[in-house]
Design a protein around this ligand. Structure first.
Ligand code: NAD
Ligand code: USQ
Length: 404
């Protein structure tokens, strides 16, 4: 098992698509630190969404250029930067030809379920951006980097919440006396989550048809803020979303606790998902790169470390808050989504552990540090952004504008 980009004579080259985002920035720095030669590809559209919707990260974030300059001045390591849209095939082709990646890690998608459910145009944007972007990456690999390994961020939400155990990508079924191993059934519950299902099908097909090598990382909900590298300097700081559109469950609850807002449990709160620390996101991606899929192989890893229901998360944050002297309340909010609120959930996640993942489990100390971080930046919180504003049932074709 190759542990770092430096162990062969020439450093391995990794293209991090979406490298200015939450998971991508932490991963780009981690891989650069481990000796990989890294290039970030990003069109900065995530920063544009913030401007358009009046949102902001809890933490102040430097421009991508300043981030990369700071990294170079601290470590002497260069990260190349390609600013552009992967839906523009000419741009993507030039980036592939110029950088010649050994691996492409693809984080570069519209990743919010609520964003994809705002209105028709956001639903169409999400599926267009995600499905066409991924198709372009597959074509660029076929044309210019046939040996390149695609590490694609999928989501646990592709599986939905079936009443049987969730396997890692494939299910062996016996039907009318015959047995086959087939893709695990997909039951996504937003236009965003569905875009990932479409991506998975396109990737699986091109592995078969063209011999592409790919790993689909079905990631759970990510929490946390600091990694060893982003903690090195405030200009390397990662973003942390807490708003009702881009904020995810545990990160939101910690910020809510810090500002004295009741924790927003949607509906009955039995919604159970897989979760992982952002320090494990970067570790999992590194493991996938260091142990690539074979030509023609379509691998699926379930990338999370623990399962929690929303009620369990609320209890954990309440207890951690009490230790810091915070009086944390919880409020059941009418669920803006259409999803099961009480259900069976047992998802396998052994393949990354078999490759050597040593997880950072959600502990009291971690919750304390996340909460402390939220308290440190609480003056930056716009409490008007906390309540959910996007309804799965009420979305329509009419463009939704945001009023102040
Ligand atoms: P993010 O929105 O913070 O980052 C995505 C980045 O991709 C942004 O910098 C954006 O500008 C860029 N991007 C989007 N479309 C692009 C395009 N067409 N061309 C070039 N760049 C583009 O999201 P994130 O939280 O870092 O998530 C990264 C990936 O991981 C996504 O694919 C997401 O679906 C997946 N994921 C995230 C989580 C989570 O909890 N954050 C959980 C599971 C899976
Ligand atoms: N939830 C609440 N209260 C909140 C926020 C969320 O009860 O304030 C509930 C939601 O209803 C849902 C669950 O918590 O049942 C998770 O919601 P989320 O917003 O944390 O996560 P989700 O919308 O599923 O999306 C996030 C990322 C996405 C990624 C996905 C992984 O934004 O990119 O694909 O997590 S997974 O959930 O495994 O599909």
């Amino acid at each position: 098992q190759q542990a770092s980009g430096q162990s062969s004579s020439k450093p391995k080259k990794v293209m991090v698509i979406g490298g200015d985002g939450y998971c991508g920035w932490a991963t780009a720095l981690h891989l650069s630190n481990k000796g990989y030669e890294v290039a970030i590809v990003d069109n900065l559209v995530r920063r544009l969404f913030d401007h358009q919707l009046g949102l902001d990260s809890l933490t102040p974030i430097a421009s991508i250029q300043n981030r990369i300059r700071r990294w170079k001045s601290l470590t002497g390591k260069t990260i190349q930067l390609f600013i552009g849209d992967i839906c523009d095939f000419e741009f993507l082709s030039e980036a592939f030809k110029s950088f010649e990646p050994d691996s492409a890690v693809h984080f570069g998608e519209q990743r919010s379920a609520p964003f994809s459910m705002i209105d028709r145009s956001r639903a169409v944007y999400t599926q267009n951006n995600n499905v066409i972007g991924t198709l372009n990456v597959l074509f660029a690999m076929k044309e210019f980097s046939e040996e390149c390994h695609l590490v694609k961020l999928g989501t646990m939400g592709e599986y939905g919440t079936p009443n049987i155990d969730i396997e890692e990508g494939f299910l062996t079924i016996t039907h009318n006396g015959r047995t086959d191993t087939l893709p695990y059934p997909k039951q996504a519950s937003s236009f965003y989550h569905l875009s990932k299902v479409h991506d998975s099908h396109n990737i699986a097909f091109t592995c078969k048809a063209w011999g592409i090598r790919a790993t689909d990382l079905n990631q759970g909900v990510v929490y946390g803020i600091r990694t060893d590298e982003t903690a090195m300097h405030e200009e390397l700081s990662n973003r942390l979303d807490y708003d009702g559109i881009f904020g995810t469950a545990l990160n939101r609850f910690c910020v809510q606790a810090a500002v004295g807002h009741p924790l927003t449990v949607y509906g009955k709160g039995g919604q159970t998902r897989g979760y992982l620390d952002i320090r494990d996101t970067v570790q999992c991606v590194e493991l996938a790169i260091a142990n690539p899929a074979k030509p023609g192989e379509f691998r699926v890893f379930n990338q999370f470390t623990e399962q929690f229901s929303v009620n369990e998360l609320a209890k954990l944050v309440t207890a951690a808050g009490a230790k810091l002297g915070l009086d944390v309340q919880t409020k059941s909010v009418p669920n803006p989504r259409v999803e099961a609120e009480e259900h069976y959930y047992n998802a396998k996640h052994s393949k990354l552990s078999e490759l050597g993942l040593v997880p950072h489990l959600l502990s009291d100390s971690l919750l304390d540090s996340l909460l402390n971080f939220a308290v440190q930046y609480k003056d930056r919180v716009d409490t008007a952004q906390i309540m959910p504003s996007v309804s799965w049932k009420k979305m329509g074709a009419k463009p939704k504008t945001v009023s102040v």
